[in-house]
Design a protein around this ligand. Structure first.
Ligand code: GCU
Length: 614
């Protein structure tokens, strides 16, 4: 036995144990408010290997390589001697910026869909040897297999939500750690989203990467601290979840500016939070986006967050923000910087996109069709923009598959776990334009119930389908999913997909649901800078006419009409848009064009919003 347990075999034994344990718990619970923790950024230049045949993951018989396979791309690329054949090597000739999609960083990647291996070397010593260490990713599109020094930390699927893996002590070296991430963005029918979308499949490590240290005991893993969803309440409720807490662990929640400090006891790792704010507290709103420092403390940990307190509720047909009817002057946004044709990921990108929304006169943004970077929701908190946040259950998902439903639930949980303390977020959306069927309504209503269970303080919705009853020129939103949502939202393109804009003059809208009614999309394309008469498709004048007719129609909407988020703020890339004169791989429905210039239609919507006083 003693001879068997040589160093090499110890590592092998340990690697095997870790492999199974990490795969079983490969999706650790998200560390909330990660930027307020002790972190070490791994952003910057990473070396890469493009691997369309996944040679680094499968052997020549296409069998998954085992963890200590020396030809695996997670194994060292350094030959041990002059005769040691290595057919993979990470080299500074091949570098990608992280965060960032690969498509925008090199012409060879523009249409690439497949696997790319990223590698980063780093030195690190924990600030306190007893602390636990985690590796956190803001997002990786689509599947990430993560290895550190030849040990697999875990696998994550889902292109737009954060995840973190614990780094066991024996996987970390003080110098020259060998971090390898296999990113695969191939599309599949049984994933979320599915094969078919109207946006560019930007692959890569698209958001921040950082090491995070937490105390070994009584660490604050995550928390939810929000006003109860009751009009005029001053009552805050929620929870705090701890790692490795003893029974009876004390937790305090403090809001210094309001002179509030309450203590709670954690049982089995979590504590219910419930206390009252002084009646003098300022409610968060677009007009007054007041954020308070909230300090959560345990014997070993302390986290400060900026949280706004507001209520968002529905009363019959009315949408109420802090008990007052609110009209959503919205705009839909893709997480893309049009001028640089790349995924948005930074506070600077968020400031530009949300700055445009503010210029348009918006008090709301629909972050389509997937959770955007945390910088967007935190910027919306600060700027006073209400947010509709959505998981990419988009179009024809495989609604009959329980496995696909689980994948959607994982992404829903990750979206809510990250942003459940953002006052700006008022609506969790579980999808967009999913075709009506028994299976689909069961799938989507399950997601709606799951969202409510994860976060009772917000509303839930989805972009529904419209039933056009041409004989009465009536357009009825009677999608069976309307039964399960708080806000009945639907997409309409009257005058672009079917008919011309004057069809708006005789169109009437109705819904069978006694709930707020929201237009989650409407829009028409215009090639920025292309001018002609209003009757010429693709011109800015046509798009302007489209919006003029739409705005006139909005004035005749039923009394439960509670707002609109036109499609879309800025032109965006889509492989579905192939008119070689007016599109060339762009969906040009933006009110702002590919160069960041406002089109004529921008001013039609701005005038409409400026005319509405909330
Ligand atoms: C759909 C869909 C969008 C798409 C838009 C369009 O409603 O929700 O993702 O881009 O229409 O056709 O431009």
């Amino acid at each position: 036995m003693r001879h068997f347990l040589t160093t090499k075999n110890w590592r092998l034994l340990l690697a095997i144990l870790l492999f199974f344990s990490s795969n079983v718990f490969s999706q650790n619970e998200i560390i909330g408010n990660v930027n307020a923790r002790k972190t070490f950024s791994l952003n910057g230049k990473w070396q890469y290997i493009v691997d369309p045949y996944e040679t680094g993951f499968y052997d020549y018989r296409f069998k998954e390589r085992n963890i200590n396979d020396r030809e695996a791309y997670w194994s060292t690329d350094i030959p041990t001697n002059k005769l040691d054949r290595k057919e993979h090597q990470y080299n500074d000739k091949y570098l990608l910026n992280v965060p960032g999609d690969w498509n925008s960083q090199d012409p060879k990647f523009l249409y690439y869909e497949g696997s790319v291996w990223y590698k980063k070397s780093f030195d690190y010593t924990k600030s306190n040897a007893g602390n636990k260490l985690y590796l956190y990713f803001g997002a990786v599109n689509y599947k990430a297999d993560v290895y550190l020094n030849g040990i697999k930390l875990g696998t994550h699927k889902g292109g737009f939500t954060p995840f973190n893996f614990e780094i066991p002590d024996n996987a970390l070296k003080s110098t020259n750690n060998y971090l390898v991430v296999k990113v695969d963005d191939k599309r599949y029918a049984d994933e979320i989203p599915t094969l078919n979308t109207d946006w560019w499949n930007y692959g890569g490590i698209t958001r921040d990467v950082k090491l995070v240290e937490l105390p070994s005991a009584a660490a604050i893993r995550n928390y939810a601290i929000q006003l109860k969803p009751v009009v005029n309440t001053t009552e805050v409720e929620g929870w705090v979840k701890l790692d490795n807490a003893k029974a009876g662990e004390k937790i305090s929640v403090e809001i210094p500016e309001l002179k509030v400090k309450k203590e709670f006891t954690a049982d089995a790792g979590s504590a219910k939070i419930n206390f009252k704010l002084p009646t003098t507290f300022q409610r968060w709103s677009p007009e007054n986006p007041k954020l308070y420092n909230v300090v959560v403390t345990t014997a070993a940990d302390k986290v400060t967050d900026k949280i706004g307190f507001r209520t968002i509720t529905v009363d019959g047909k009315k949408l109420l923000l802090n008990g007052k009817t609110v009209f959503l002057k919205g705009i839909s946004i893709h997480a893309e910087v049009p001028q640089e044709i790349r995924r948005a990921y930074s506070s600077k990108d968020a400031a530009m996109l949300l700055g445009w929304a503010k210029e348009l006169g918006c008090n709301m943004v629909r972050l389509a069709h997937y959770p955007h970077d945390e910088a967007m929701t935190r910027m919306a908190d600060s700027l006073g923009l209400l947010v509709w946040s959505e998981i990419p259950v988009y179009w024809t998902i495989d609604f009959t598959s329980d496995a696909v439903l689980e994948k959607a639930k994982v992404q829903l949980n990750e979206m809510i776990s990250r942003d459940q303390n953002r006052a700006s977020v008022i609506i969790w959306s579980v999808g967009n334009e999913t075709p009506v069927s028994e299976a689909r309504t069961r799938f989507m209503s399950t997601l709606l119930k799951t969202a409510r269970g994860l976060d009772p303080s917000r509303l839930v919705s989805a972009a529904l389908e419209v039933d056009y009853q041409s004989e009465k020129n009536l357009r009825v939103i009677d999608d069976p999913l309307g039964e399960y949502v708080d806000v009945v939202a639907f997409n309409e393109y009257l005058g672009w997909y079917g008919g011309t804009p004057e069809a708006c003059r005789t169109a009437n809208w109705a819904t069978k649901y006694n709930k707020p009614l929201f237009i989650s999309e409407t829009g028409a394309e215009a090639l920025g800078g292309y001018h002609a008469d209003a009757g010429t498709l693709w011109s800015e004048e046509f798009q302007e006419w489209y919006y003029q007719e739409q705005v006139a129609m909005l004035k005749r909407m039923p009394d439960n009409f509670t707002g609109i988020s036109p499609w879309i703020l800025a032109d965006f890339r889509s492989p579905r848009r192939n008119n070689a004169t007016y599109q060339e791989g762009w969906n040009n429905k933006g009110l702002i064009d590919q160069h960041g210039r406002k089109k004529k239609a921008f001013y039609v919507m701005k005038a409409y919003y400026d005319s509405i006083k909330n």
